[in-house]
Design a binder for this molecule. Structure first.
Ligand SMILES: Cc1ncc(COP(=O)(O)O)c(C=O)c1O
Length: 391
């Protein structure tokens, strides 16, 4: 008997990893520019964090953690949030990566048939979780001509009586854009007017290039319910440790908080020894942050230059994180990405995997790799674009 999987899995898509299946079938070396894992390149986890986890393991912290998280870690997250101006903080819950925090926040809030406003382009986990919950994704667009800032008119147009929340990813994956304070305030006004919860994904909030400033959403309002997500995966370069957190703040969050805590208890706990790196991460030496940003900015500027040189590519320069989302002059970005993989053995992700305006074509490049590898990627893209243009 063939096992029939649940219908809820039918439409779950996660382009970033779905393509890997194809890449693994290829022989010969593939150049990978699809997954945002800094440790694969020249971004090691800061030694004091490794040491903290090591010591925790030696001290026998290898069982289950308290369901809501290790007290020392939760206190450190709360203190850090208050230092950065978060208002009306209600609770901090530690999670297995920010991914689990996102899953808690959505599961505790949205009923089947209801919807959540999600940025397009944006990180595909939100749509995947909503699909699993039998809920709908209501996409709103980011405006490429306005530095990929959220299109606020579009955001508000998409609200309907079944809308429960709006997601803001700032800095954004896949565009590397940073929201202005003005945009954030206007988004909060929309949430206020329509009684929405704001889900603030700030997992890249310390990976900023020169002159950029990140404003935490929760520092701008105390009368709007806000769930903010962050963690050790990006700023602290340790995605494999699966340590993230959810900070609940603002008004009207008592029952919502209870529901999130129930979900956290039902899954027992997040990783235990790794949570002992949270306090040293937030309160210890921060030298790696400037060093990481310096290297990434240099790579971003290289991409910017190459996208200007190569006909068929055009890039709104990223200002944070390690993702670039150039538009590509091809008929179908997914077909282009597959051809790049099959013919040139380089893997990027098609823009349609992140949601994008219909009719536009993009690719997402993860530029954690050092410049010599990026040079190879651009040579290969240039060659393929040249041959596509001649067809
Ligand atoms: C915007 C965004 N949010 C959340 C996550 C997931 O983070 P974590 O690895 O902590 O689960 C990612 C991972 O790439 C991301 O890009």
């Amino acid at each position: 008997m063939e096992v029939i999987p649940a219908a809820r899995t039918r439409n779950i898509r996660y382009a970033i990893r779905d393509l890997v299946v194809l890449a693994e079938q290829l022989t010969g070396d593939v150049l990978w520019f699809n997954i945002g894992d800094p440790g694969v390149y020249d971004f090691p986890v800061p030694a004091h964090l490794v040491e903290a986890v090591h010591q925790a393991m030696l001290a026998g912290k290898n069982g289950y953690a308290p369901s809501l998280g290790v007290k020392e870690a939760r206190d450190a997250v709360r203190a850090d949030a208050l230092r950065r101006g978060f208002k009306a903080v209600r609770n901090v819950v530690m999670s297995n990566g920010a991914s689990e925090a996102i899953e808690f926040a959505l599961t505790a809030l949205v009923n089947p048939g209801e919807n959540v406003l999600v940025p397009c382009p944006g990180y595909p986990l939100y749509a995947a979780v909503l699909e699993k919950l039998g809920c709908e994704t209501a996409p709103y667009f980011l405006d490429e001509r306005n530095g990929w800032q959220p299109d606020l008119a579009d955001m508000e147009r998409r609200v309907n009586p079944k809308t429960r929340a709006v997601v803001l990813i700032n800095p954004n994956n896949p565009t590397g854009s940073v929201c202005s304070k003005k945009t954030l305030k206007a988004a909060l006004d929309i949430a206020r007017r329509h009684h929405l919860v704001v889900l603030a994904d700030e997992i890249y909030d310390r990976m900023l290039y020169s002159g950029e400033k990140h404003v935490p959403l929760a520092s701008l309002a105390e009368d709007v319910p806000i769930a903010s997500f962050c963690g050790l995966s990006k700023n602290y370069l340790a995605p494999g440790w699966r340590v993230g957190w959810l900070i609940l703040s603002g008004a009207g969050t008592a029952a919502y908080d209870d529901a999130v805590c129930k979900l956290a208890r039902a899954r027992l706990s997040a990783n235990y020894p790794m949570q002992f790196a949270v306090k040293p991460a937030l309160e210890g030496p921060q030298g790696h942050i400037a060093e990481t940003a310096r290297k990434l900015e240099e790579r971003a500027r290289y991409l910017e230059r190459r996208c200007k040189e190569i006909p068929g590519l055009s890039l709104t320069p990223p200002k944070a994180a390690f993702y670039a989302f150039p538009s590509v002059q091809v008929a179908d970005d997914e077909a282009f990405v597959k051809e790049l993989l099959m013919k040139e053995k380089a893997l990027v992700v098609h823009g349609s995997g992140f949601g994008q305006k219909p009719g536009s074509q993009h690719v997402r490049i993860v530029y954690l790799a050092p410049i010599p590898q990026l040079e190879q990627l651009f040579e290969r893209m240039e060659r393929l674009l040249g041959s596509t243009a001649r067809k």
